[in-house]
Design a protein around this ligand. Structure first.
Ligand code: NAD
Length: 478
């Protein structure tokens, strides 16, 4: 991969109303490299007056953008996709630096995936707007209005594109507040929007902290919809703020997904793919299959395959080709994950790989790929979202017990099922109370709806369902 040496790691402006403007306050946010602890650069700490200005710019753009023809809107998104694609190397490098993502993941999941998703939205925007006849009514979809997009750090560009691309395709202008831990890649999107000539005010960028910029956006009287991805605790606060004015919300929250390996599964593949899924992005993935449920007849074998697979997840410099596991995002996250590992040991889980004494680089926020066996399904290890490379193995006796353990969670985001019999796998998948289930390691589908049951969220992102989330339905009787 060729890396551009001159990617900008410090910014001092906001992108508002199609122009780069200075922030209201001189406060700045330092962006850290989690692999070293060094400061990479700074971005402005936006504040309430910046939010007001950004929402006003989006509101001013609304009528025109909402009325843009499908062909024009599709063309604008296609130009945005081209301008962002031209920055692919910078995106990979930026996410490699601000998130600590290893090279391969930085290029694939953090760069190619959001570009694919954006291309899909451009095609949907260019297509016919949904409309149907119900009796003597014409039912049409219209843009919901001004959208606030509040995003986390773990898939910094993908989560931005999942919202911004869909909202723009639906005809909604957006005010984007990226995570304060990974704000730099969001600037590459604003650069692309400027180059693509998106109309002024259609995309606005206000970096800043959650309590300052995020809370001001969630409570803003002129924001029609808040699209939030992050923790369940913050999602609850955002939903409360939006409820006060009956604004629409979509919430993509946490997860504690189960990977159910039935007795007739291809065990080696199921366990290896499951370990890879759990450790992707250093385990900082909302859909991560952090609970591996294995039939008792194959459980001991599964534990040993998982332990040796985990041993191959070397931590190290994300820019070194051999590194498979980057750092966690912050010192605070490292402390949280270490706390979960200690508590798991105290609760009697059996450590079979990694753990607190496994070697990791001295600098940076690293934790070793860790596997616990014999985890009590009710214990904190099996119930709490850890957001680190920590996998828990749990045995089960039959399909009913597997489903019951899988559903023993306040979350319901994703999951996996493995079986040699497609109908049996499908039956188990249908009984899992989650927004997505992959059978036998089927690939992620970026056009399929994505979202949670239970405390994993409200609403769906991606593809046509993702665009519909940003639309109102109107019935016209005639
Ligand atoms: P977080 O909740 O701390 O922050 C998410 C965003 O909310 C950030 O931009 C933050 O600045 C902002 N924020 C913080 N306080 C706010 C407030 N009071 N009002 C408004 N905005 C506020 O989450 P995080 O640590 O950045 O991300 C990790 C979490 O995100 C995990 O729980 C993970 O499961 C979840 N996640 C979910 C999905 C999904 O699609 N379901 C995807 C990725 C991550």
């Amino acid at each position: 991969m060729t890396l551009s040496p001159d990617v900008l790691l410090s910014r001092d402006r906001l992108y508002l109303g199609g122009a780069w403007v200075p922030p209201a306050s001189g406060e700045r946010i330092a962006v850290e490299n989690p692999a070293t602890g060094d400061i990479l650069g700074h971005v402005p700490a936006g504040s309430a007056p910046d939010v007001d200005a950004a929402v006003a710019a989006a509101r001013a753009a609304f009528d025109r953008w909402a009325a843009t023809s499908a062909a024009e809107r599709g063309a604008a998104l296609t130009r945005l996709h081209a301008a962002l694609s031209a920055r692919a190397a910078d995106i990979s490098r930026t996410v490699g630096l601000e998130l600590g993502a290893p090279l391969k993941i930085a290029a694939a999941t953090h760069t190619r995936l959001p570009l694919t998703v954006l291309q899909g939205y451009a095609e949907l925007a260019a297509g016919p707007a949904p409309a149907e006849t119900v009796g003597h009514s014409l039912v049409v979809s219209e843009p919901v209005g001004v959208v606030a997009a509040i995003t986390p750090w773990n898939y910094p560009l993908h989560q931005i594109i999942a919202k911004v691309g869909a909202a723009l395709a639906a005809g909604c202008p957006v005010v984007l507040k990226p995570s304060e831990l990974t704000p730099l890649v969001a600037y590459l999107l604003a650069d692309a929007a400027e180059e693509a000539g998106l109309p002024a005010g259609v995309l606005n960028l206000v970096p800043g902290t959650g309590p300052e910029v995020g809370a001001a956006l969630a409570a803003h009287p002129d924001v029609d919809m808040v699209s939030f991805t992050g923790s369940t605790a913050t999602g609850r606060a955002v939903a409360h703020a939006a409820a006060d004015r009956i604004a629409r919300v979509s919430l993509e929250l946490g997860g504690k997904s189960a990977n159910v390996i039935l007795d007739d599964a291809d065990l080696t593949r199921a366990v290896k793919v499951g370990v890879g899924n759990a450790f992707l992005n250093s385990g900082q993935t909302c859909t991560a299959w952090t609970r591996m449920l294995v039939h008792r007849s194959r459980y001991d074998e599964a534990v040993s395959i998982a332990a040796s697979a985990a041993a191959k997840y070397h931590t190290g410099d994300p820019f070194d080709e051999s590194t498979r596991l980057g750092p966690l995002i912050s010192a605070a996250q490292l402390e949280r994950v270490r706390g979960h590992v200690e508590r798991g040991l105290a609760d009697g889980a059996r450590l079979v790989a990694g753990g607190p004494h496994a070697p990791v680089p001295e600098r940076g926020h690293f934790v070793a790929a860790t596997v616990f066996a014999d985890v009590d399904p009710d214990s904190a290890l099996a119930q709490e979202e850890i957001f680190g490379p920590v996998l828990s193995l749990i045995p089960f006796t039959d399909d009913d017990e597997a489903v019951s353990i899988a559903n023993n969670s306040r979350y319901g985001l994703a999951g996996g099922v493995w079986s040699a019999e497609p109908e049996r796998a499908l039956a188990v998948a249908r009984r899992m109370r989650t927004g997505a289930v992959d059978i036998n390691g089927a690939a992620f589908n970026p056009a399929a709806p994505f979202g949670g049951y239970k405390q994993s969220g409200v609403g769906r992102e991606l593809g046509a369902y993702g665009v519909a989330e940003f639309q109102q339905i109107k019935a016209i009787q005639r």
